[in-house]
Ligand binder design. Structure first.
Ligand SMILES: Cc1ncc(COP(=O)(O)O)c(C=O)c1O
Length: 396
């Protein structure tokens, strides 16, 4: 085998030296406090069978999409499900991408133009950062969930831009997540949307971790707060609470048309296969039919577990440094890669799948143990995992 070039070998060595080398691990049988399968849909036999049956009934037994959506890969089902998504999320249009990563890459690399300005939360997801890196616009971060800092940065940009002469108008895009993937917290979306309106900025919100968790049928926080008409674009993903795969960009029909023409991660890739599209269809139906059932829905079970978890944190004095929120992602800050890895490993040995989030994924000294809550976790399991964490943090 060829040796690695020295520069990249050194980078790998650096990861070993800082205890942050990433390794793949095979799925385990531990109690799940780590996956994004918040509603347990990924393992639902009913959803699997219904999607299969639908494909057979419609004579859509096809293993792969065969090409880009712009060539041989587009199918009536893609467009039907996009219509269904637009209805579910109360928006003019939805465009399906192969993943949330691809959706963000396509949106941010193609929409903001040279001379435009992107203001993004400093903790924004890597897929958005990568999209921004591919864009010709200028980009600046604002402090996490900090509206004052955001407003100052908007004003600074507006003053600067008004002093310049432009042939084309300069646009400002403001980007955040409705539930942050590493902290589980949320910005003040109402205030942020007002700020965008006041400054004629375009508001873009990634709802990857809010879909299935918030909103009457799991449509996310933007819809729960009735802000659908105040956002320029929303990114929703199907690989998390929806237990499937893929993503969609929600917005106007004109935005959809623009993305079909200019979003390279949409154009230059094989379309998402029909299995996944049919599964998205069935899951949307599952979310919609929920209120007619006598039994509690998965979303209701999840909400109960989130409430129970937060109650445990306040009633039992755990003295753990958790970032408070009402989402399914809860993080306990434990400084240092080595320490957080050790605590995660001790809890795993007791049968619970919790994961350490290391720097550089999160800033140094903000390393954390992430606990993801699900509809199928029991109160006993939640109590136990917190007790273990408390024990190991108190006496490592
Ligand atoms: C906020 C956010 N956006 C986008 C993505 C990417 O989504 P996907 O896993 O579908 O590529 C993720 C996943 O980690 C995420 O957390």
């Amino acid at each position: 085998m060829n040796e690695l070039p020295m520069k990249i070998a050194k980078k790998l060595e650096g990861r070993v030296n800082t205890n942050s080398l990433r390794k793949l691990s095979i799925q385990n049988n531990l109690i799940d406090f780590s996956s994004n399968d918040y509603l347990g849909f990924s393992k639902s036999e009913v959803i699997f069978q219904k999607a299969h049956q639908y494909l057979v009934e419609q004579n859509l037994q096809q293993n792969g999409a065969t090409g880009s959506r712009l060539l041989s890969g587009n199918h009536k089902l893609h467009e039907e499900v996009e219509e269904q998504l637009a209805g579910f999320f109360n928006t003019e249009s939805a465009l399906i991408f192969n993943s949330g990563y691809n959706a963000n890459l396509g949106l941010f690399s193609s929409v903001p133009q040279r001379g435009d300005v992107i203001l993004y939360d400093e903790f924004i997801h890597a897929s958005i950062r990568d999209g921004i890196r591919l864009s010709n616009a200028k980009a600046y971060s604002f402090k996490h969930n900090d509206l004052e800092d955001l407003e100052q940065k908007i004003l600074r940009q507006s003053r600067y831009l008004s002093g310049q002469s432009h042939t084309d108008p300069i646009e400002i895009y403001i980007v955040t997540e409705s539930v942050f993937s590493m902290d589980g917290d949320s910005p003040n979306l109402i205030a942020m949307s007002k700020l965008c309106k006041k400054n004629k900025a375009h508001f873009i919100v990634d709802e990857a971790h809010a879909v299935g968790v918030f909103g009457i049928n799991g449509q996310g926080l933007i819809q729960q707060l009735k802000l659908e008409n105040d956002v320029f674009a929303r990114i929703v993903t199907f690989g998390k609470a929806m237990g499937c795969h893929g993503a969609a960009i929600l917005g106007s029909k004109k935005l959809q048309c623009y993305l079909i023409n200019f979003a390279r991660s949409f154009i230059y890739t094989t379309a998402i296969p029909l299995h996944s599209v049919a599964t998205i269809k069935i899951i949307l139906e599952e979310l919609i039919t929920k209120p007619n059932r006598s039994k509690e829905s998965q979303q209701e079970n999840l909400q109960k577990n989130i409430q129970y978890f937060n109650q445990q944190l306040t009633t039992v004095n755990h003295q753990l440094n958790f970032i408070k929120n009402n989402s399914s992602i809860h993080c306990c800050i434990i400084s240092g890669n080595e320490k957080v890895k050790e605590i995660a490993s001790k809890i795993q040995k007791k049968g619970f799948d919790v994961r350490a989030i290391l720097s550089p994924t999160v800033p140094k000294n903000q390393e954390r143990l992430r606990i993801c809550l699900h509809s199928y976790n029991t109160p006993q399991e939640i109590g136990e995992v917190l007790n273990l964490l408390h024990t190991f943090v108190a006496s490592p």
